[in-house]
Design a protein around this ligand. Structure first.
Ligand SMILES: [Zn+2]
Length: 358
């Protein structure tokens, strides 16, 4: 989309949401629009002593999340994802639904988020990577963040270039350095995520992490929950869902590898929690991160629904294996959340105007 059009769309989105929110029209739209399920997406509650090393866009403060939940309270029901889908399918009676989800299984979910939500009687759905739980190993992105934080992105990129053998990664990273410092971390991470051969990448980063004095077990214990923590969430009535073993881009894997990532992760959940998980989250979750084959791999297991990171709300007509979510973070504005959950943006879509963020 050209920049002028994009800006106009952003402005219209902003004005429309503010009008709905501040005039109270959101209540009328909510009443008028069919029952729907909006799924909020986050990763961590901000807890510097635990997740200070994670990028800011993965965290939301208790104050910010509290403001969103306070506004939703009384207006919408807030069950788990699978609970909400059952309520949506049961018919049009009752309030519309909002489900809070957090991806990956970070430790603050048990230490900070659990007491915080318990006080408000809100349930959450947590999507768990199984390797950090089963083997106490963090995926490559956390080794990347850890090294960048200590040595800077340029140093990491240069060291990576000296250690890697994979031609696609070498070429992509050389180009990143040639293009200068602007958004270097973002561009390097993209090459590692989408272009690099994943085994080579994982080995190289593990070696660099090791050489810099990193301790894998300590890092995993700092960042991720243990199975005991997860069982505490289960006992609080939360839903625990699958999120693969290693958090790969499923679309880049063969169908056998993708199926293995989905199934083995699911088996771990079943073994440790005593019942099979019904909800799944595609790692990264953008349309190019999973394929039709990935969807089939999930549908072929015990999972009955799956969430993406495409933005929007869901209706009984939505494909249960391609559910949309709304990302929430410190920058999130309440009027935009309100406009989405009341069905305001969905209403415009029915008139052919799609104001979802790009
Ligand atoms: Zn994730």
């Amino acid at each position: 989309m050209d920049p002028v059009k994009h800006q106009a769309k952003q402005l219209l989105r902003e004005v429309y949401a503010r009008v709905l929110f501040h005039t109270g029209l959101h209540a009328l739209v909510n009443w008028w629009m069919p029952k729907r399920l909006t799924i909020l997406l986050g990763h961590c509650l901000d807890a510097p002593e635990i997740n200070g090393g994670l990028p800011d866009d993965m965290k939301i403060s208790a104050q910010k999340l509290g403001a969103i939940l306070d506004w939703l309270d009384g207006r919408y029901e807030m069950p788990t994802v699978s609970g909400a889908l059952a309520a949506l399918e049961a018919g049009s009676n009752g309030q519309s639904l909002v489900a809070l989800t957090m991806d990956d299984g970070y430790r603050d979910n048990a230490t900070h988020l659990l007491p915080f939500l318990r006080e408000r009687s809100v349930l959450a759905t947590i999507y768990l990577e199984s390797r950090p739980l089963d083997e106490r190993r963090a995926n490559w992105s956390h080794l990347f963040f850890w090294i960048v934080k200590r040595e800077g992105i340029e140093q990491l990129t240069r060291r990576y270039l000296q250690s890697a053998e994979d031609p696609a990664a070498l070429e992509g990273l050389r180009r990143c350095l040639e293009e200068g410092e602007n958004r270097l971390e973002y561009r390097v991470k993209r090459v590692l995520k989408y272009d690099a051969e994943s085994n080579d990448r994982d080995h190289v980063l593990a070696r660099l992490f090791d050489e810099s004095g990193g301790d894998m077990e300590a890092l995993t214990a700092e960042l991720y929950m243990s199975w005991d923590d997860v069982r505490e969430l289960r006992d609080a009535g939360w839903e625990l869902g699958g999120h693969t073993i290693n958090h790969p881009v499923l679309a880049r894997l063969s169908s056998e590898e993708a199926a293995r990532e989905v199934e083995v992760g699911a088996r771990s959940l079943e073994r440790e929690l005593g019942s099979s998980a019904t909800s799944f989250a595609y790692p990264f979750g953008r349309p190019w991160d999973y394929s039709d084959e990935s969807v089939e791999a999930v549908r072929g297991t015990q999972f009955q629904n799956a969430v993406t990171t495409s933005s929007g709300t869901n209706t009984p007509q939505s494909d249960p294996f391609r559910l949309k979510r709304i990302a929430i973070g410190e920058e999130t504005e309440l009027h935009l959340v309100a406009a989405e959950v009341c069905g305001g943006f969905e209403l415009l879509r029915r008139f052919g105007l799609d104001l979802s963020p790009a």
